[in-house]
Ligand binder design. Structure first.
Ligand code: PEP
Ligand code: MN
Length: 352
């Protein structure tokens, strides 16, 4: 951190700032120019960040410039190797592109089973499906809750696909953890700090969606809660942010995907379904996400989108999903083939 003093800062003011830095357990390194003095702060600036930043209010201080990122454990400065998150045998963040697919909401046993079989046959690695739905209106379908969790668990076992589903409330964490292989933090909950703290203590990996109005920094700080609390298995998910544009449901921030891969060692996946809100855009945007370096995709798929209880217009039908998988395989230089990895619950897709 650098503290830039005003051009005519008095000696006493400089001395006072140095004293405060030392009170915070850090060291001050003075650099005196002709015009002004700059004070470099070294030491454990994370712990005393707020107090050091408050020095902007001290007499004679012009600017406080943080040098390190406010996040630590998620940053690439802290860990240079890329993190690979293991979801019951499916590795996210390695060389393979991981595709998570399934309906927005679990609506019935038949619906989730039919979808799971079809997405697996097309090459998906992980089954998604909402049991607890965060809906804008209280009159909209809220999800089947525990019943949906039971269907997901059963269908995951039948099809040998790991399952990801959203946990909405802190009190549901235990129950959802018993039924799913990975827990999703929805966009609306990205800064639900009690939920993040609770999830930091689960053995399950977390899929952390970016909130529609969160900056990249806020998103990474939300992930920092999980890592700092003891859960290193975090996958970030870009799902579009709010902008002035209304033609698409959200605006997919693809640059943020590339940026986060520079800033953090955590895997990043893209959700083109919520990002666009339009089925027709999902394939092109999926390919763009792969091109920009996404480690995986989260795609909404429904056997009959026109009858879906949530997010039908953005859901691919079963043939549409198979087609998308085909085009992704072509893009990655060969057909994907499905096979069961020995001793694992998961499918592995390999480019031929
Ligand atoms: C979802 O995945 O169905 C969902 C509600 O996503 P988001 O939290 O990104 O809106
Ligand atoms: Mn949805």
């Amino acid at each position: 951190m650098l503290i830039k003093m005003m051009a005519r800062a008095e000696e006493e003011q400089v001395a006072h700032v140095i004293e405060r830095i030392q009170e915070c357990g850090c060291q001050a390194h003075l650099s005196r120019g002709v015009e002004r003095t700059v004070i470099g702060v070294v030491g454990n600036t994370y712990e005393h960040r707020n107090e050091l930043e408050a020095l902007l209010a001290a007499p004679g201080v012009e600017e406080v410039i943080p040098i390190a990122h406010p996040f630590k454990l998620v940053s690439r400065d802290f860990r240079q190797e890329r993190t690979v998150v293991d979801v019951s045998g499916v590795r996210i963040g390695g060389d393979e592109l991981v595709v998570m697919a399934g309906p927005c909401s679990v609506e019935s046993r038949e619906q989730i089973l039919e979808t799971a079989r079809a997405v697996k046959a097309a090459g998906a690695h992980i089954l998604r499906g909402g049991a607890y739905k965060p809906r804008t209106s209280p009159y909209d379908f809220q999800g089947l809750g525990l019943q949906a969790l039971k269907f997901l668990k059963e269908v995951g076992e039948i099809t040998k696909l790991p399952v990801v589903t959203e946990v909405l409330a802190t009190e549901d964490v235990e129950q959802v953890s018993e039924h799913a292989d990975m827990l999703q933090v929805g966009a609306r909950n990205m800064q639900n700090f009690p939920l993040l703290r609770r999830l930091a203590r689960t053995p399950r990996p977390i899929l952390l969606k970016r909130a529609p109005s969160a900056t990249v920094k806020e998103w990474l700080l939300a992930a920092e809660y999980l890592l700092a609390g003891g859960n290193p298995n975090v996958v970030l998910c870009e799902r579009g942010i709010k902008t002035f544009e209304t033609e698409t449901r959200n605006t997919l921030d693809l640059a943020a995907v590339a940026l986060v891969k520079e800033l953090s060692h955590l895997p990043v996946v893209v959700d083109p379904s919520h990002a666009t809100g339009r089925r027709s855009l999902v394939p092109a945007v999926s390919r763009a996400a792969v091109a920009v370096g996404a480690d995986g995709l989260l795609i909404e798929v429904h056997p009959c989108p026109e009858r879906a209880l949530s997010d039908g217009p953005q859901s691919l039908d079963l043939p549409g999903f198979a087609q998308l998988m085909h085009s992704l395989a072509e893009m990655r230089g060969g057909a994907f083939q499905t096979r069961d990895r020995p001793g694992s619950k998961a499918n592995v897709l390999e480019a031929e």
